[in-house]
Design a protein around this ligand. Structure first.
Ligand code: ATP
Length: 768
């Protein structure tokens, strides 16, 4: 490359006559060869190269001008030009022309120019390559001058000038854009860059980014101009050194909400210590009845008679905690309270019934020592049956108060002495099963009904009961568990026995009755609280009101589900033997789809159909009955089960259902919770449940005690979003499979269905 340049430079001064002002050795010129020897094409190439070089030279000159002191602008030939000619960018191209003219006129002809610029003495030494460039530039200038005499050339020049101006404007805009970007980058770098290391640390001194960028820009502009090789006389005005534009005002930060508190922390707030660390129990855990320590032989044989050979997970986990305890925990220890969350049908009833019987059977005199609270009358009846089976032969008495009988009748059943005023109360029963409403009634109205001897307080379906106030039933119960320290009014002849309020029987049994308790620390209440549900709440506000003592939290769930002990609210666990399906459909085709499911899916098996209201129960039962009458195929027996029916009627219906005399029960959520109907193989939510908790309890009426079961949900199209988000919120969306029932599958039922619909319309038209 260097060699080539030498050749070009050598040829350049050829047309010039007269002495050169530059010494050949300074300009890097080698002795001249005859021009005739060069080929034409080579000459053209050289010419183009010279143009290019000349342009570069002008760039350099202008850059110097821009950086020269104000009063004196740089002239390649060393002369001064008035500032007015040079201090605007636009004037840059104009400057070039007068200079050329002046040079042409002032100097003695082109030959003077060919000699090239005279480098002022004070100028720093210019490298020989640079000198070559200057020489080439001068050659170019001569050509321009000659061309100017030609009018065509003049027009071309003006055109060129215009173009140059336009391009200059573009370049200026680009430079400004770049300057703004650079300023932004600098600012960012300043904010982010670690402090620069000093030279003493061995680092190479860094060029400030801004300077480096600036140099890059100049080089880039030059490159851009070089790329425009076709342009005859490109005149690049180098960008003026610019100070970075003033920083733009920073925008005010957008308001941001404070980060949400960690749910784990939230869940712990207000929770008694011990509830943070739940014990997770695999649903598949089993324990042989014979292997359980502390179980009486009597109980073992009873269980075996009931067909129970091994304990389910919830029982295997809880019984070892409860059985070793005694009738009187004090002074042998303070019993822990327990919260148990286990799937529907997993055997929670036996998990608390067995220890209750095993511990209370040690008692000498009857006192009310266990209270079980349940939300519905039906459940009270169901649990009572279980306890009576287990209590046979122990001498323990089971009672229930749920409004099934009058209050007077119930009083007679549960209290031994209704007349005397007894500080320790009087009880006919050892275990009482109650609904909260009726319990409050008895606390307020029944003489000698006292909870002060309670050894166990059991709340089944705890999430529902804790969420319902029932005249503040829980606070009232808890205040009655604590015996009054002083009797308000003693009946005549009543002698106050200060130990009376602490279950005299066990005090005597352990030789504690005659102890002088003065000066002793108040002994702890023996009442142990056990809470159960398939959807147990851990809402701190509900839990706090229970005043739990050293509580332990047990969660039974399938091994595949991810345990989240710190999850706020409820934990949902469904039976692993449950199959879940959903059909998303327009409301108009719901009845026909239901009919298809009944006959295709659930035919000859027991099923529950849940609807949203008592009124809906009646209407759907009518429709299905009419359909079955019109239907020529196999028939199913459908009945409604509502709270409006008498207790006896309901009981009879459940018996018929259990015996297979009724195939399907259309019901509201009345029997969604806790009811143990072993023959239910299908649950159909004709109207979807409003929340996940209700869903879990509904579908939990099937797939109980390890049996298989299927749950169908008919979801109307407009409900689909809510439905899906409900499942998603409980992390359950993948468990419910979506199914589409094709029109073809419905065809066969259409005639009978239309017939039934006509009759239904006639019936309801009569009613209104
Ligand atoms: N170890 C066992 N072996 C066999 N069957 C059992 C065992 N334990 C309980 N069962 C039976 O399982 C069924 C369901 O039990 P239970 O009603 O106690 O369930 P649950 O957990 O209370 O359900 P829900 O949450 O719906 O109230 C009952 O019929 C019961 O007799």
């Amino acid at each position: 490359m260097g060699e080539k340049r030498k050749h070009i430079t050598f040829e350049e001064p050829a047309p010039a006559a007269g002495p050169s002002h530059i010494h050949p050795s300074r300009a890097g010129i080698v002795p001249q060869e005859p021009a005739a020897k060069k080929s034409k094409s080579k000459t053209a190439a050289k010419q183009r190269y010279l143009h290019k070089k000349a342009r570069r030279h002008r760039v350099l000159v202008k850059a110097r001008k821009a950086s020269a002191p104000k009063n004196k602008s740089y002239q390649p030939n060393g002369s001064s030009v008035a500032n007015s000619e040079t201090d605007t960018e636009d004037s840059g191209s104009q400057v070039e022309e007068p200079r050329i003219d002046r040079e042409t006129n002032a100097e003695a002809g082109p030959s003077t120019l060919v000699r090239g610029p005279v480098i002022p003495a004070e100028e720093p030494a210019v490298p020989s390559k640079e000198k070559n460039k200057r020489k080439i530039k001068e050659t170019k200038t001569v050509e321009a001058v000659v061309g100017e005499e030609d009018s065509e050339a003049e027009r071309a020049r003006r055109k060129l000038e215009k173009r140059k101006k336009r391009e200059e404007r573009d370049r200026t805009a680009k430079r400004e854009r770049k300057a703004a970007e650079r300023a932004k980058k600098e600012k960012q770098a300043k904010a982010e860059a670690p402090p620069l290391l000093g030279p003493e640390s061995g680092d190479v001194e860094r060029i400030p980014d801004a300077t480096a960028d600036r140099l890059e820009d100049i080089a880039e502009s030059a490159e851009e101009n070089e790329d425009e090789a076709g342009s005859e006389s490109e005149d690049l005005i180098p960008p003026r050194p610019q100070s970075p534009p003033p920083p733009t005002l920073e925008a005010f930060p957008l308001p941001t909400s404070a980060p949400a508190p960690d749910p784990k922390i939230l869940s712990r707030q207000g929770l008694p210590a011990g509830l943070e660390d739940a014990e997770f129990i695999d649903q598949d855990l089993r324990l042989a009845v014979d292997q359980l320590q502390g179980l009486s032989d009597d109980m073992k044989s009873k269980l075996k008679k009931l067909g129970i050979e091994e304990f389910f997970a919830v029982q295997a986990a809880l019984l070892p905690h409860l059985l070793p305890l005694r009738l009187t925990p004090f002074p042998f220890g303070k019993p822990n309270d327990h919260l148990v969350s286990a799937p529907t049908g997993s055997g929670k009833t036996l998990a608390y019934s067995i220890p209750l019987i095993e511990i209370l059977r040690q008692r000498v005199i009857p006192r009310l020592r266990a209270l079980i609270v349940l939300p519905t009358r039906d459940l009270v009846g169901q649990v009572r049956e279980t306890l009576e089976m287990l209590a046979k032969g122990t001498g323990l008495t089971i009672g229930s108060i749920s409004g099934q009988h009058s209050i007077a009748r119930e009083q007679e059943m549960i209290v031994a002495d209704l007349k005397s005023k007894l500080l320790g109360g009087s009880s006919k029963v050892d275990i009482l099963i109650a609904t909260p409403g009726r319990l409050i009634d008895h606390l307020a109205q029944t003489p000698n009904f006292s909870l002060q001897h309670l050894r166990f307080l059991i709340i089944d379906e705890a999430d529902r009961l804790l969420n319902q106030s029932f005249h503040d039933w829980l606070a009232k119960v808890l205040s009655n568990v604590v015996p009054p320290s002083e009797p308000i009014q003693l009946p005549e002849g009543f002698v106050r026995d200060k130990q009376d309020h602490i279950a005299q029987a066990w005090m005597e049994y352990f030789g504690l009755a005659n102890l002088d308790w003065r000066g002793h620390e108040e002994y702890p209440l023996p009442c142990q609280k056990l809470l159960f549900s398939a959807t147990l709440t851990r809402d701190p506000s509900s839990i706090a009101s229970l005043h739990l003592r050293n509580p332990k939290y047990h969660i039974v769930q399938s091994s595949s589900s991810v345990p989240d002990a710190a999850a706020v609210g409820e934990s949902f666990a469904l039976p692993s033997t449950l199959t879940e399906r959903m059909v998303i459909l327009p409301p108009a085709v719901k009845p026909l789809n239901l009919i298809h499911l009944i006959h295709h899916e659930a035919y000859r098996v027991r099923g529950l159909i849940f609807v949203k209201s008592v009124e809906s129960v009646g209407r759907l039962v009518h429709l299905l009955e009419y359909f079955e009458e019109a239907w020529t195929g196999d028939k199913v027996v459908v009945k409604g089960y509502t709270s409006e029916m008498k207790a006896g009627e309901r009981k009879k219906l459940l018996d018929d259902f259990a015996a297979g005399r009724v195939d399907l029960l259309v019901c509201s959520d009345l029997i969604a919770r806790g009811m143990d109907l072993p023959t239910v193989s299908h649950v159909i939510s004709y109207d979807i449940p409003l929340d996940m908790r209700k869903y879990v309890h509904r579908v939990g009426r099937t797939a109980r005690a390890g049996r298989q079961g299927t749950a169908w949900s008919l979801v109307e199209k407009q409900e689909a979003i809510h439905w899906k988000s409900m499942l998603k919120g409980a992390n359950h969306e993948k468990s419910v499979k979506k199914v589409k029932i094709k029109d073809d599958e419905l065809k066969e039922y259409k005639e009978a269905y239309e017939n039934a619909m006509k009759r239904l319309k006639t019936l309801y038209a009569k009613d209104y």
